[in-house]
Design a protein. Structure first.
Length: 133
C-alpha cells in the first residue's frame, strides 16, 4: 500500500512537471505573436518546435506511464505536430525570405492550436492523476 502511494505521488509530481512544461510552452508560443515574419526568419519557430517536440515526448511518456488513457488524443497531437514540422521544413527549403507575413501567420496559428490541444491533454492527464488518489 505504501509503495502504491509512492507510485501515485511520483506520477502526480511528473504530471505537475509536464503541466508546467506545457504552461512554459504557452509562454514561448505567445512570445511569437509580435513580428512573426522577423521571428520566423531568425529561427524562433525552430526553437518553439524544439520545445513542442520535447514537451510532446514528455506528455506521451507520462500517458504511457499512467496506463495510456489518452493514447487517442496523443496520436492526434502527434499527427498535427508532424504536419506542422513538415510545413516548417518545406517553408525553410523554399527560402524563408519568400514567405509572406500571411503564410507565417498561418504557421503561427497552427503552432498555437497545437499548443492549446497539448494544454488540454495535459490538463486532462493531471485531473486523471488527481482523481486516482
Amino acid at each position: 500500500r505504501r509503495q502504491r502511494q509512492m507510485c501515485i505521488r511520483d506520477r502526480k509530481e511528473r504530471s505537475r512537471a509536464v503541466f508546467g512544461q506545457v504552461k512554459e510552452l504557452g509562454s514561448s508560443v505567445g512570445s511569437l505573436l509580435k513580428s512573426e515574419k522577423a521571428k520566423f526568419d531568425e529561427g524562433k519557430y525552430d526553437d518553439a518546435m524544439a520545445k513542442v517536440k520535447n514537451t510532446f515526448n514528455n506528455l506521451k511518456n507520462q500517458d504511457q506511464e499512467s496506463g495510456g488513457g489518452m493514447s487517442k488524443e496523443i496520436d492526434q497531437l502527434e499527427a498535427k505536430k508532424n504536419t506542422l514540422e513538415s510545413q516548417l521544413s518545406t517553408a525553410k527549403e523554399n527560402n524563408v525570405d519568400n514567405l509572406s507575413a500571411k503564410e507565417v501567420g498561418v504557421l503561427y496559428n497552427q503552432l498555437e492550436s497545437l499548443y492549446k490541444e497539448m494544454q488540454n491533454v495535459s490538463t486532462k492527464m493531471e485531473q486523471a492523476d488527481q482523481s486516482a488518489e
